[in-house]
Design a protein around this ligand. Structure first.
Ligand code: UD1
Ligand code: CA
Length: 423
């Protein structure tokens, strides 16, 4: 795709988010809206796209550091004006892919197909479209009698008949760069919204005798624009459905997709079973043959190795559970390592935060952590040790291997019986 540049428009205010945070920085299943768009662009080889920023520019600028070439649009005068503000940065490219920073679900495959079609058809512009059951809010695709694209009409400017059209503009285009900037220079302010619409460049190109093509996808889900928090919720469930589909069409059992939430970034091994009401966040890795849930939450940085079991009301963050470890009921594990074949009893808590900093808890292999144990970090429990029910292991009071610790605060009783021969 040499000669192809990419610009992402992300300067808009996001008025209907009613937020102090720039719209494109809102979280969508573990990544910001804009990050999703950058990831789709990167997947197609656009590693440092030009990103037009404006509203909340400082925050977005910081976010983009090293990831993109930011360009500031001083006043948000519309999408045509936004592209215009990136003219200099785009000048070395023959063709330009224009993406909207608030359309985060577009898949790499779709973007690639659009680019391929644009190349093959030698058009001045190729626009991505889709049929939406409810097209309200989107620009409508007006076609001529032979089926070619004639214009894009924004909802606010559309006649009642045009509003009936279900084919919409996704907000993803390829343009011949020279033709694009020539057309943009002719775009007039729209009558009602008083903005310079990029979509008006389409009709201008046609008037100038240029070729405009449409590429229609059949997946309306990937075309949702994030204009309100209701759209954000819709997008979250689309991403979730996509991920669960990938899992159940592969080698993972998800018993109840409707109550299971899995980040697109989580990795789960073969023959693992996910029980209902489970939340698996980003940067979670689960091995093979594990049982997860019901009612558990695995937060970022959790690694569950093969054959481990995580049961109900267990929360885990930044922790590793080695193979065959079990934490089956009412447990919090934060900044911890749990060794092989260790059983973490019901109600165990790693007290990892002292109000100032977080510390680690390291539990060895084949440990039996008694019900209701509190481990005040930093602390270590040696291999084969046992903690009594309700014991409180104070920080830095490490429990030696194969010993038994009981009480509040815990004291070491004797060598565990298990240690004396059974293991
Ligand atoms: C836009 C399209 C519409 C399409 C829809 C798809 C136009 C005129 N309309 O409508 O046809 O169906 O997206 O979701 O393009 N932006 C800037 N600077 C500006 C204005 C906007 O950078 O001055 C950015 C926004 O941050 C956003 C994108 O451009 O990421 C689209 O702008 P938005 O105002 O959301 O357009 P829509 O009304 O959604
Ligand atoms: Ca939008």
């Amino acid at each position: 795709m040499s000669g192809f540049g990419c610009v992402v428009l992300a300067a808009g205010k996001g008025t209907r988010f009613y937020s102090d945070t720039p719209k494109v920085l809102h979280d969508l299943h573990g990544r910001s809206i804009l990050q999703h768009v950058l990831d789709a662009a990167a997947a197609c080889g656009f590693n440092r796209p030009v990103v037009v920023i404006g509203h909340g520019a400082e925050g977005v600028w910081r976010f983009l550091k090293g990831k993109a070439v930011p360009v500031v649009q001083k006043r948000q005068l519309g999408t045509a004006d936004a592209v215009k503000s990136a003219k200099r940065e785009l000048s070395r490219f023959g063709d330009i892919a224009v993406l909207y920073g608030d359309v985060p679900l577009v898949r790499k495959e779709t973007l690639e197909s659009l680019i391929r079609q644009h190349d093959a058809s030698a058009s001045s512009c190729t626009v991505l479209t889709v049929d939406m059951d409810d097209p309200s809010g989107y620009g409508r695709i007006i076609r001529d009698i032979s089926g070619g694209v004639k214009a894009i009409v924004e909802e606010k400017e559309a006649t009642p008949e045009e509003k009936e059209i279900r084919e919409i503009n996704v907000g993803l285009y390829c343009f011949d760069r020279r033709d694009l900037f020539e057309a943009i220079s002719k775009v007039q302010k729209s009558k009602i919204k008083k903005e310079f619409y990029l979509t008006d460049a389409i009709a201008i190109l046609l008037e100038d005798g240029k070729k405009v093509s449409a590429f229609k996808t059949d997946d309306p889900d990937e075309s949702i624009g994030m204009n309100s928090r209701a759209d954000l919720a819709k997008a979250y469930s689309v991403l979730n459905r996509r991920k669960i589909k990938e899992l159940i069409n592969g080698s993972v059992t998800v018993l109840d997709p409707a109550t299971t939430f899995v980040s697109p970034d989580a990795r789960i091994g073969k023959d693992t079973v996910i029980y209902p009401f489970t939340v698996i966040e980003k940067d979670v890795v689960i091995g093979k043959r594990c049982a997860i849930g019901p009612f558990c939450r695995l937060r970022p940085g959790t690694v569950i190795e093969d054959d481990a079991e995580i049961g109900n009301f267990v929360e885990i963050v930044r922790s590793t559970l080695r193979s065959h470890a079990k934490a089956k009921h009412l447990t919090y594990l934060g900044d911890a390592v749990v060794g092989k074949e260790t059983n973490v009893g019901c109600g165990t808590i790693t007290a990892n935060y002292d109000g100032k900093k977080k510390s680690r808890t390291v539990i060895g292999d084949k440990v039996f952590v008694g019900s209701g144990t509190i481990l005040v970090a930093p602390v270590k429990v040696g291999n084969g040790a046992v903690t009594g029910a309700g014991s409180v292991i104070l920080k830095n009071k490490n429990i030696p291997a194969r010993s038994v610790a009981v009480g509040v605060p815990a004291r070491i009783l004797n060598k565990s019986k298990k240690a004396k021969g059974k293991r």
